[in-house]
Ligand binder design. Structure first.
Ligand code: CA
Ligand code: CA
Length: 445
């Protein structure tokens, strides 16, 4: 800029010279010409500065618009993967949004359960991993048994002479070693035990043999010699012996002792699983074993089923129409009817079956807005019935998750209502109710 001014000044002086030349004799005239030149210079400088300011403004505008264009493609956090043997909830990768992680059963989460996309487009916390729970850590195998960790369980390899899921019982085939018992005595004892065995299937004669003056008596599988009498074998009551080991119960429900064995039984509404221990719910709804009338929905529950009738609400100021078997929508409101406009826009009904004492916390249900007109969504648990057991958390901008906070004991039917409100500039423009009925079974299966 200074070079430009000098250029202007030279031009001006040249002009003065050309104006005055030899004829400019008086000092007064020369000063006038110089003042004119200064004015000319000042106006040139002002217009030059104005031009610079305009240029600066345009560059800054251009910079802003390029930032706006490039932002959406860059302005998100990187996509996170679900951990191996676990799940991820939440898809939105924008600042303020959260992603939650849960591990499959038998695995425990190490790292952050929740990660939030920060304003710097990086994630808070640490990427979690699902570590297999080592069930052997508590040394569940007794009497010198060695433990092998498995997904969601463990197995024991028992030392010689021990059996059962946790090696807590002597092996069913039991060797009794007695010394100095004559063959005649043993024979007599054996012969007296035969009629007893036919009468009582829980008692059998033992099989004895003599080796180098020592009598060895053995029993069939499932029997053992109890006490001093080596001539009789008594049934092992597996239900009693293996009742409640660290590996869990022998039977998930009831155990029935049988001669030489045992069997498990299940309550009505369940079938015994293939493993002979667990009980599997019978799905009466899909196997058509229910008696629900056509106007009702069949809901399968653990240990039974329910016939439910979904009816749209009857309230004073608004009317509802059923648009699907489980969804009611408000009919259009008359103009200027404020009370009608404030009634819920839709009410949907959901039914779910859970087992008693379900572990918590866990996500039970998700409520999501399919499309949004407003700028904000709000989620809330309605009524006092659900309080204490439930809470709402956000998984992303358009989804609320119903969280079970503490285990619930059955048999019980619990109803919980989730309200989703849509707001535009802090004014509620729509209310959507989801009524969830939870059928809790009597048993923990
Ligand atoms: Ca038995
Ligand atoms: Ca059932």
């Amino acid at each position: 800029m200074s070079q430009l001014c000098i250029l202007f000044l030279i031009l001006c002086i040249n002009q003065i010279h050309s104006i005055c030349g030899q004829e400019c004799t008086s000092t007064q005239e020369l000063q006038n010409s110089l003042r004119q030149a200064q004015k000319l210079l000042a106006s040139h400088e002002a217009s030059y500065l104005q031009g610079l300011r305009n240029l600066k403004r345009k560059i800054s505008q251009l910079q802003n618009s390029t930032t706006r264009v490039t932002r959406p493609s860059d302005a998100s956090c990187t996509k996170l993967e679900a951990p191996l043997n676990g799940r991820k909830f939440g898809k939105i990768l924008l600042p303020g949004h959260e992603v939650h992680f849960l591990c499959d059963s038998g695995y425990e989460l190490v790292g952050s359960e929740t990660r939030q996309c920060k304003d710097s487009f990086t994630w808070s916390g640490q990427q979690p991993v699902c570590k297999e729970i080592n069930e052997c850590a508590s040394s569940p195998c007794a009497n010198g048994g060695s433990c092998t960790d498995e997904v969601n369980g463990f197995t024991c390899a028992c030392a010689r002479g021990w059996a059962g899921p946790t090696c807590q019982s002597p092996t069913p085939i039991f060797f009794a070693t007695t010394t100095n018992i004559s063959a005649a005595t043993t024979g007599a004892a054996a012969s007296t035990s035969f009629p007893l065995a036919t009468l009582l299937p829980f008692v059998q004669p033992s099989k004895c043999s003599q080796v180098q003056g020592t009598t060895h008596c053995t029993c069939e599988a499932g029997y053992t010699i109890s006490g001093r009498d080596t001539s009789t074998c008594t049934d092992i009551d597996e239900c009693e012996v293996f009742h409640n080991g660290p590996a869990g119960r022998l039977c998930v429900h009831a155990c029935i002792n049988t001669p030489g064995g045992y069997r498990c039984s299940c309550p009505a509404g369940y079938d015994l699983s293939r493993d002979g221990r667990n009980c599997k719910d019978i799905d009466e709804c899909t196997t058509r074993q229910h008696n629900c009338t056509r106007d009702r929905l069949c809901i399968n529950t653990y240990g039974g089923f329910r016939c439910v009738k979904v009816e749209c609400p009857r309230i004073r100021n608004a009317t509802y129409g059923k648009i699907s078997p489980t969804h009611c929508e408000r009919n259009p409101c008359p103009v200027e009817n404020k009370a009608c406009a404030q009634a819920p826009n839709s009410i949907s009904y959901h039914h779910m079956a859970v087992v008693s004492n379900l572990s918590a916390p866990r996500v039970l249900f998700r409520v999501s807005a399919v499309r949004m007109i407003g700028d904000t969504l709000r989620f809330a648990v309605l009524g006092s019935r659900g309080r204490g057991h439930f809470s709402i958390q956000r998984s992303d901008r358009q989804t609320g998750e119903l969280l079970l906070l503490s285990p619930m004991k059955g048999p019980e039917t619990v109803e919980v209502e989730v309200e989703m409100s849509e707001l535009e500039k802090r004014v509620v423009i729509g209310r959507y109710i989801t009524k969830i009925t939870i059928f809790i079974s009597q048993y923990e299966f």
